[in-house]
Design a protein around this ligand. Structure first.
Ligand SMILES: Nc1nc2c(ncn2[C@@H]2O[C@H](COP(=O)(O)OP(=O)(O)OP(=O)(O)O)[C@@H](O)[C@H]2O)c(=O)[nH]1
Ligand SMILES: [Mg+2]
Length: 299
């Protein structure tokens, strides 16, 4: 409780929480975006690893949950499988919130990028991560959830509908300002002949009925189609899900995503160096033209 008092009421802290299913590109994005913000935008930035089984980090985390607890140790000590152990680790972090806060206070002038684990249930119904970020929000941490979905799901209509449902339920559960991202969009561009529609169909998430027409119509799949139709109806009723395409090797793509994230968590209005003319110009450069939206050349 004493640590919480160290957080000044009039200070604001900013950051992003990088979430998404296993292998969607979270750790790769964190490493790239750290360099991009630091070297190209001169932003004070640090990465915090909150994945207790993160083997291959392409950055040096300023704070690392693996110094507190690891999936490997929990599996060994409590005879749990990898998923149960991961849940335990996140509950342990929730219990030891002060451990995290103490270190965050050491880097309070930096913008924070949180690299998160990939287990989907952590974001759809498990409570620990939600509770940790609720606590940080109360302490003036303005965070944006950046939800990465592998864009290869666009090539299969029923899988894409599932990802829409996942994105919507994650938005509802996590409860932070939210930017959904189609990751590895460079691969999408290279395989565009395999897509039923243009990129903007998948990013804008409008007219989803067209996807239903692509599903099988046989007697065995009738119920599955009905289920997909109900999901599509739900997605359209909420009208919350849309995506920004991302290729981590394209600076223009990183810049466009940065602009969306900064708007979502208020960094662009309340932050530091980003309010300069230079930044406004870089934001303008980041805006996609209509032709770029259509031909994906910027990816
Ligand atoms: N082509 C391409 N590959 C990418 C991109 N981003 C990530 N990848 C690849 O995707 C694979 C998975 O990336 P990771 O960063 O480990 O994914 P992750 O979400 O952190 O995975 P977990 O932590 O296991 O959930 C790696 O082989 C990356 O090189 C991208 O923009 N384009
Ligand atoms: Mg990772």
């Amino acid at each position: 409780m004493s640590l919480v008092r160290n957080v000044r009421k009039n200070e604001n802290y900013f950051g992003q929480v990088v979430i998404g299913p296993p292998g969607s590109g979270k750790t790769s994005y964190c490493g790239k975006v750290y360099k991009f913000y630091k070297e190209k935008l001169n932003r004070e930035v640090e990465v915090v690893n909150l994945d207790p089984a993160n083997e291959n980090m392409n950055y040096s985390p300023k704070i690392d949950i693996m110094q507190l607890v690891t999936v490997q140790d929990v599996m060994h000590n409590y005879k749990l499988g990898p998923n149960g152990a991961l849940m335990y680790c996140m509950e342990y972090l929730q219990e030891n919130f002060d451990w995290l806060l103490h270190q965050l206070l050491q880097i309070k002038d930096s913008y924070i990028i949180f690299d998160m684990p990939g287990q989907v249930e952590l974001y759809t119904h498990h409570e620990s991560i939600k509770k940790i970020f609720e606590k940080l929000e109360k302490l003036n941490y303005h965070l944006c959830a950046v939800h990465l979905i592998d864009s290869h799901y666009c090539s299969d209509p029923s899988k894409f509908i599932s990802t829409l449902l996942l994105s919507l339920s994650t938005m509802m559960q996590v409860g932070l300002p939210h930017v959904n991202v189609l990751s590895k969009a460079d691969l999408l561009k290279n395989n565009s002949s395999k897509l039923h529609f243009g990129l903007d169909f998948y990013t804008d998430v409008l007219d989803l009925e067209y996807l239903l027409e692509m599903l099988d119509d046989g007697p065995f799949t009738k119920k599955f189609k009905k289920l997909n139709a109900a999901v599509v109806g739900l997605i359209q009723d909420y009208s919350l899900v849309s995506f920004i395409p991302l290729s981590i090797n394209s600076e223009k793509s990183l810049l466009e995503l940065k602009n969306a994230i900064d708007k979502a968590n208020g960094y662009i209005y309340g932050g530091g160096e980003e309010r300069s003319i230079q930044t406004l110009l870089s934001c303008a450069v980041g805006a996609r033209t209509e032709s770029e939206r259509l031909d994906m050349d910027y990816l």
